[in-house]
Design a protein around this ligand. Structure first.
Ligand code: EPZ
Length: 422
């Protein structure tokens, strides 16, 4: 039965919140563990459905998973004996594509269905395949199942045609046990990529340059044990910062790496939000109605403004005085949230990859359908600032990347109810 969130409008987020581990690092770190035959411990994992699904997949492949606490797992990978992850589970999350790189690296073979995931427009994996082929893998697609096989993976010089987080990480996973040296150029520089590289190196890999345009990997024979603490989730942090700015409340966001939020902090300051920045915290100061300014936002790969906070920024800009422009440069069609926001009275005009937002008009509560993770989270913010009640269906999309979102917002003083399907 589909669940939904019931939210009354005109609520302010107030107080402080500790940020969880980064989903987009954790969903790569767990598959990366398959590259060792020893044991690893991973801490600061977010409690979200993508992580639960991935641990189910690891267990089916033969890993022994021990729950050490609510946010940490012990994994014994010595018993992993399959390179065919269960299709029923793989189809539930896009990040299952990381199983390609890790199982190819471990077994020289992997059979896996094409990845599922959010509908943000076409989400090809041609660059992933380009990297695997360059490393010596034969790639076939049969009845929707990718079959990759390599007698021996050999290092290669790979130039990515497009900056891709997934391809960067996936090729890195396949290369750490390959024979010889791999150079990957035009890579993505997201903090999550650096986090995965640090985990691989903790297990004994030799990865250099993560976070820059070029990653160099010297293949090693085998990996060992390691302990890893996942970095904080900059997108979850940005979600609560933008919620505070939009609702006009004062919120202290703790256990973050402010550097990872540079583009978000700069843009919030530009629209008139007061912020104090500490070593591992950001304080969003209380702001009165009508003080937000319009702005132009362009999403780009890191360190540009993150595409994953584009929907949230769009909601914020409905409160700004004047007209703003958001240009989505990463995904072809990451604008499905616009039609839902229009049901609330948002004045947004889409032209190609740019959306024009006419700010300063009150939103009113409506029945909304979440269709992807971040769009769904932006509807929570829209519901909090609008007049009247909002129902958000498709909560399962939000649960993929936000831990118990109603409890997280409740800890900031706002009431959100999760009710059974309607
Ligand atoms: C990762 O997706 C994240 N997901 C996304 O977060 C994030 O929005 C995205 O990176 C960009 O930062 C995970 O980490 C699990 P890409 P990914 O490959 O790897 C094109 C969230 O909400 N492309 O960097 O799929 C692609 O179509 C999710 O947490 C190719 O053309 O993104 C897109 O236009 C949503 N060929 C662009 O590159 C390829 O082989 C960037 O995609 C790969 C990608």
């Amino acid at each position: 039965m589909q669940q939904c969130l019931r939210i009354c409008g005109k609520q302010k987020t107030q107080g402080s919140i500790r940020i969880n581990g980064a989903k987009n690092s954790a969903v790569a770190v767990l598959p990366a563990a398959l590259l060792t035959e020893k044991t690893v411990k991973v801490e600061n994992l977010p409690s979200i459905t993508d992580i639960y699904r991935l641990t189910d997949i690891l267990s089916v492949l033969g890993a022994k998973v021990s729950i050490l606490s609510e946010t940490s797992l012990g994994l014994d990978l010595s018993g992993v004996d399959s390179f065919c992850p269960p299709p029923g589970l793989v189809n539930q999350l896009r990040a299952s594509y990381y199983l390609m790189g890790s199982l190819l690296g471990r077994f020289g073979r992997v059979d896996i269905p094409m990845p599922g995931g959010c509908d943000l427009g076409p989400r090809p994996i041609d660059q992933h395949i380009k990297g695997f082929s360059a490393l010596g893998a034969d790639v076939e697609l049969e009845h929707g199942v990718m079959k990759l096989q390599a007698r021996k993976l050999k290092g290669a010089h790979i130039y990515l045609d497009i900056v891709s987080v997934g391809a960067t990480i996936n090729i890195m996973l396949a290369a750490v046990l390959a024979e010889g040296k791999t150079i990957i150029e035009n890579v993505a520089k997201e903090p999550e990529i650096v986090d995965v590289a640090n985990f691989l190196n903790a297990m004994g890999a030799r990865v250099r340059g993560a976070g820059t345009d070029v990653i160099r990997i010297q293949g090693v024979k085998e990996l060992g044990s390691a302990e890893h603490i996942v970095i904080p989730d900059r997108i979850e942090a940005g979600t609560f910062m933008i919620a505070a700015a939009a609702t006009g409340g004062e919120v202290l966001v703790k256990d973050v790496i402010p550097k990872h939020l540079d583009a978000v902090i700069a843009k919030l300051k530009e629209v008139g939000v007061g912020l104090d920045i500490g070593l591992d915290w950001v304080l969003v100061k209380e702001s009165g109605p009508g003080c937000l300014l319009s702005s132009d936002v362009k999403t780009f790969p890191y360190p540009g403004f993150p595409t994953d906070l584009q929907p949230h920024m769009m909601v914020l800009l409905t409160r700004s005085q004047g007209t703003s422009l958001i240009t989505e440069n990463v995904f072809e069609r990451r604008f499905r949230h616009i039609d839902e926001l229009k049901k609330m009275g948002a004045r947004i005009k889409l032209e190609g990859r740019s959306a024009m937002i006419e700010g300063g008009h009150e939103l009113t509560g409506a029945n909304l359908q979440a269709m992807d993770l971040r769009g769904g989270a932006s509807f929570v913010i829209a519901a909090l600032i609008s007049e009247g009640e909002t129902l958000i269906q498709g909560v399962e999309h939000i649960d993929r990347g936000y831990e118990k979102i109603e409890d997280r917002f409740a800890s900031l003083g706002v009431r959100i109810e999760r009710i059974g399907g309607i």
